[in-house]
Ligand binder design. Structure first.
Ligand SMILES: Cc1cc2nc3c(=O)[nH]c(=O)nc-3n(C[C@H](O)[C@H](O)[C@H](O)COP(=O)(O)O)c2cc1C
Length: 331
């Protein structure tokens, strides 16, 4: 058992949260992670403001059998704030907000008795989270799958740990980005985190809503195969704030466009129909397979329970035997 401030305060067994991945973390995955002793956070994504997302209320109803949270992309939630009100009716333990200013939503979340978790991409965003009373700050490194920015997990986590120790010692710190096994979990705890947020590893789990064609391609790939770029959002016309980019597997679209960012912004939205068609056909030369650098560690698509269990047992072994400096036996 690895006990941290996160497991104590959230009443969970393991210091592992499943990221609220848009289109991917439905009720089944969130519930499976929670049953395994972590905490599953249903992906409320764009709050229904872009097409094709699963029905959030259906997913929340499915997650409700146990502890769960719900997450939103903050700038999108600003366009559909009623989705938060609806989600809160399902009594989530926490609301996870990322990519924008959480302040318009903090009071409603607190009134509903839910805990606020803010994911940040820059040290300078931590104050925004502290100002609205976030119980936990997630620092997301650039290695992460999906949207993110430029900081790297390894230096970002200890810098944030030092910052919180000085400015708000009671606030929990979680690490996200590049954590897919017990080595990553143990390292994050050593860097000063109270727990981890896992995306890509659980994206390739039996319960995730991820299309099989995506995980097949990912399992065959190495960590060299991902790219972080803004061109796709520009071309498909998704109005992401300029500081964020998307990490996914390189394909024909990125071969053509990755080095032409300015041109892609000038062509904002012009590929939206073509992209929607490619997506419907799962034409992976155009459609993005959204996952992080840890894709190189994926070999299979096991259950969420086995992912959580093996992360924890590997981390326990490493942390227990760390003093012997004999790590190789654990790998
Ligand atoms: C497919 C996918 C979708 C994601 N969607 C969201 C999202 O809707 N909201 C969010 O806050 N983070 C989202 N993320 C980022 C995660 O919150 C998390 O930071 C990231 O997955 C951690 O890095 P990892 O993928 O290396 O585990 C997404 C990640 C992936 C892989």
């Amino acid at each position: 058992m690895i006990k941290t401030r996160l497991t104590e305060r959230f009443g969970i067994q393991h210091p592992i949260m499943c990221a609220p991945m848009a289109y991917v973390t439905g009720g089944e995955l969130a519930a499976a992670v929670s049953r395994a002793g972590g905490l599953g956070i249903v992906g409320g994504g764009y709050a229904g403001t872009v097409g094709g997302e699963p029905d959030l209320e259906t997913e929340l109803a499915q997650a409700k059998s146990g502890k769960f949270g719900v997450g939103f992309i903050t700038w999108a939630l600003e366009r559909a704030p009623k989705m938060l009100t609806k989600a809160l009716q399902y009594s989530p333990l926490c609301v996870f907000l990322s990519f924008g200013d959480p302040s318009p939503f903090a009071a409603e979340i607190a009134q509903a008795g839910a805990v606020l978790i803010c994911q940040v991409q820059f040290l300078s965003q931590i104050d925004m989270a502290l100002k609205v009373g976030a119980a936990a700050v997630v620092v997301q490194g650039s290695e992460a799958g999906g949207h993110g920015a430029s900081r790297s997990t390894f230096p970002f986590v200890p810098e944030a740990a030092d910052y919180l120790k000085k400015h708000s010692p009671e606030t929990l710190l979680l690490a996200a980005g590049g954590i897919a096994d017990g080595r990553g979990l143990a390292a994050a705890l050593m860097l000063g985190a109270d727990g981890v947020v896992v995306g890509t590893r659980l994206w390739a789990s039996a319960e995730a809503l991820t299309p099989e064609a995506h995980t097949d391609k990912a399992i065959a790939a190495t960590g060299d195969s991902t790219i972080r770029t803004k061109v796709l959002d520009a071309l498909r016309g998704t109005p992401w704030p300029k500081e964020y980019s998307l990490r996914f597997l390189k394909n024909k679209l990125t071969d053509e466009w990755a080095s032409r960012e300015n041109e892609a912004f000038s062509a904002f939205g012009t590929l939206s129909e073509q992209y929607a068609e490619a997506r419907a056909r799962h034409d992976l030369q155009t459609e993005a397979v959204v996952c992080g650098e840890v894709v190189g560690l994926l070999k299979d698509r096991p259950t969420a329970e086995s992912i959580v269990n093996s992360m924890v047992s590997q981390a326990e072994g490493l942390l227990r035997d760390g003093g012997t400096l004999n790590f190789t036996s654990q790998l």
